[in-house]
Design a protein around this ligand. Sequence first.
Ligand SMILES: C[C@H](O)[C@H](O)[C@@H](O)C(=O)CO
Ligand SMILES: [Mn+2]
Length: 419
Amino acid sequence: MTTSINQAWELAKQRFAAVGVDAEQALAALDRLPVSMHCWQGDDVAGFENPEGSLTGGIQATGNYPGKARNATELRADLEQAMSLIPGPKRLNLHAIYLESDTPVERNAIKPEHFKNWVEWAKKQHIGLDFNPSCFSHPLSADGFTLSHANDEIRQFWIDHCKASRRISAYFGEQLGTPSVMNIWIPDGMKDVPVDRLGPRQRLIAALDEVISEKFDDAHHIDAVESKLFGIGAESYTVGSNEFYMGYAASRQTALCLDAGHFHPTEVISDKISAAMLYVPRLLLHVSRPVRWDSDHVVLLDDETQAIASEIIRHDLFDRVHIGLDFFDASINRIAAWVIGTRNMKKALLRALLEPTDHLRKLELNGDYTGRLALMEEQKSLPWQAVWEMYCQRNDTPAGSEWLESVRAYEESVLRKRA
Ligand SMILES: C[C@H](O)[C@H](O)[C@@H](O)C(=O)CO
Ligand SMILES: [Mn+2]
């Protein structure tokens, strides 16, 4: 296997060199692009605060595949298994409900100490952590409002939760030496047509301003805000819409989170990256796969994933775009879901790095759209897979579908034993 990977790599390097692309440089660049894996694929967004409670907030994990993680120790073991099958740099994105405590902790009272095991684990794995306040699956979000709630006390509860979350995020960054991106997503919205669309948005803007008022070192913590079109039970109105958060992020210079499932079905976030980055300092991506709705299917190596990756690489956005994943499929092996989605994201980045972009740009500038289309299509079948396999080999991860055997063995020896 090693010999055939080496041979294919040597040939591939020559093929790419012939179109002006340095495959070795592409691999070095891929090492500068961590993908933040989302903890919530491992347990269907249940968390450890109240794992038996229902998932609310208009999101849904469908399926009942056996073996989901029941506690943080199991989730970390599952993540280690998944991460061992994915080459290159990775991060972990945690939600507040994944805290660890012997006694119940209210969300407005969460502290860094409730995440110290995660930090110790991240140090051992040599990865950074990202964070999210959890403004759902809670009695005080049951009527569909959190940071925009009309009741002052309830709204303050969520403001305090987000403030507490920022302190945890800054602690991650300080402990791990890499900034934690903390993304605020709230489910606030209405099932039916509201009379007052403005009031909740006015409350949300004031609440967010209070949330971000405490200053943290940019080297430790980055604020991001995530818009959405609709949720289940919030079909007619979403307070934190695209326009709302685009304006908020631009005026407050926070990062803007673009989730691939949060727009109209024919809208794509790949087209939004180059527009939004002109106004905001950073983008956070939630790479996902909406199938007819915000269904959060596992990311494929499809046209849109490729287009997202190509935008990051073509515009050299290495330091301004943070790549996160957001899917939760409970109908298949959850570890396989992580591996498939994360490997696909990385494959798309590699393919983008192997594109002869300078040449394509020249054709475009010269108005040679025939040449642009012809070469864009031809380069799709250059031997990128041989470069990918070399990357996997160098990172001591399976080059091809052998990773599935490892997942199946883990399923047999570990997951099947979970009740
Ligand atoms: C659990 C996540 O934070 C959530 O999926 C959010 O990012 C989202 O996309 C809601 O639709
Ligand atoms: Mn999302």
